[in-house]
Design a protein around this ligand. Sequence first.
Ligand code: PEP
Length: 255
Amino acid sequence: MARKFFVGGNWKCNGTLESVSKLVDTLNAGAIVSTDIVEVVVAPPFIHLPLVKDRLRKEIQVSAQNCWVKKGGAYTGEVSAEQLVDLGIPYVILGHSERRHIMKESHDFVGQKCAYALSKGLKVIACIGETLEEREAGDTIKVCAEQLTAIKEAIGENWSEVVVAYEPVWAIGTGKVATPEQAEEVHAELRKWLAENVSAEVAEATRILYGGSVTAGNCKELAKKPNVDGFLVGGAALKPEFIDIINSAQSKVAA
Ligand code: PEP
């Protein structure tokens, strides 16, 4: 079964009503390849979700960047999975490295968030990845496996609505992109992990995205690698070049 290419844009904590409106206009005006070959999702800050959802072209879906770990209630400042579903938001990013490292979200907490979001009908973009220190110690696969294990312990065999984003922390927002060979090596190991620890079917069907300083300039070569099923993009998702990154799905088809 062919995995459909996937391009996600993570807008992080950026934007004003004015700049977000302009970005939506840019995305609405861009020529993008058919959604038969690429699934596109953008993740604005919570506060801009309704505006983006209403005004953005319907070929591009909308995601939240986070949600609470259980049913809403007395959790000041949080947004629940139920509230996202109520708003008609189909996706949520969970386990982004900024939440793991700055907000100190543990592997288990991220796993529980994935399970709760899935149970409410959200699709999950689950982020994993190692720090520079961990890579230099030769622990890349070990760390990613620990992160995946925590997700697996929480969600079991239920991976059909999960997209995995491999985002090495040293590559996020640094301009230091993994080479296509480095990305492919890790993605192949992650797929092997899924085959050995979940099932061959899940390993074959699950999209594994690369994230970390992806640009219009480097996306085509990355996209050609067999185990790179798309991208999660930060900085470049705020610029017109995001259109070119979406269209790198063509390099995949041609590869
Ligand atoms: C991200 O935040 O998910 C990301 C990959 O950021 P950037 O593309 O800016 O490295």
